[in-house]
Write a protein that binds this ligand. Structure first.
Ligand code: NAD
Length: 260
């Protein structure tokens, strides 16, 4: 699969899954904008990619919940490379708590990052894709786009919501050559997951080892974490797929935790 000279924006690409996607896309020939809240980490990621693939990465400061920052960031990419071919709306955080203890401010923050972020970045890139008659929008969903877990009300709600937004964009964008799909990973060992292990152990009254073995991996077929590289391969496949046959879909990569 190739992304030769395709202009790709990956949000939340200074770390974890987004960073792995950015590296994989660069290796496939793409030009990558690392869009992240943490501009120093984004610049370090871009420098790392440019060391292997000169001129193929730039860092873009962007809080995906702020419309002006999203629009300015997308414009920066268009000014540098002329258009946008691929958006991976990946930036995300996790906050765990039972519903009755979930602070309303935390609920709103979660929905803003996951849903406002997907909406605003899509809204900003779609005119460029429509103008050229092609493009791909990918959302980072989760097994939690399909399944629920205790303590994750806002996350599960937001990740389910992404399926709806993706399907609408698939229908609106299809006639204009734009495809959209949702990637649904199982647990991947990133800073987002590492933070949850002690939090869930405390909340559920079990050991950290049991959080990993029973809560996170208990329903997989082999007790294995999904890896950032697994998800980067899925993201490449979906971005480089050549026709509208594959649009409005969601692809689960979770070691069989969730089977469609
Ligand atoms: P991570 O914490 O390693 O990386 C998240 C990145 O998003 C960070 O670089 C952070 O700075 C950035 N970010 C956070 N808020 C932002 C904002 N408002 N604007 C711009 N950037 C922002 O996390 P990760 O595990 O790589 O998660 C990436 C995505 O994958 C998230 O959407 C997450 O929900 C999803 N996901 C993760 C897992 C997993 O097990 N790790 C599983 C399924 C889905």
């Amino acid at each position: 699969m190739e992304l030769k000279d395709k202009v790709c924006i990956v949000t939340g690409a200074a770390s974890g899954i987004g960073l792995a996607i950015a590296k994989r896309y660069a290796a496939a020939g793409g030009k990558i904008a690392i869009a992240d809240l943490k501009i120093e980490a984004a610049q370090a990621a871009a420098d790392g990619i440019n060391a292997d693939h000169p001129g193929q990465a730039i860092a873009v400061a962007m809080d995906v919940t702020q419309e002006d920052q999203v629009n300015a960031g997308v414009q920066q990419v268009v000014d540098a490379w002329g258009t946008v071919d691929v958006l991976v709306s990946n930036a995300g955080i996790q906050i765990v708590n039972p519903v009755e203890q979930f602070a309303f401010a935390d609920w709103k923050k979660m929905l803003a990052i996951h849903l406002d972020g997907a909406f605003l970045t899509s809204k900003a890139v779609l005119p460029h894709m429509y103008k050229q008659g092609s493009g791909t929008v990918l959302f980072m969903g989760s097994v939690h786009s399909k399944e629920a877990s205790p303590l994750k009300s806002a996350y599960v709600t937001a990740k389910h919501g992404l399926l709806g937004l993706s399907r609408v964009i698939a229908k609106e964008g299809g006639p204009k050559g734009v495809r959209t799909n949702v990637i649904c990973p199982g647990f991947v060992r990133t800073p987002l997951v590492d933070k949850q292990i002690p939090e869930q152990a405390k909340e559920l009254g079990i050991s950290e080892e049991d959080v990993i073995k029973k809560v996170m991996l208990g329903q997989t077929v082999d007790g294995e974490f999904t890896t950032v590289d697994d998800i980067a391969e899925v993201a490449l496949f979906l971005a480089a797929f050549p026709t509208n046959a594959l649009t409005g879909q969601s692809l689960v990569a979770s070691h069989g935790w969730y089977m469609n």
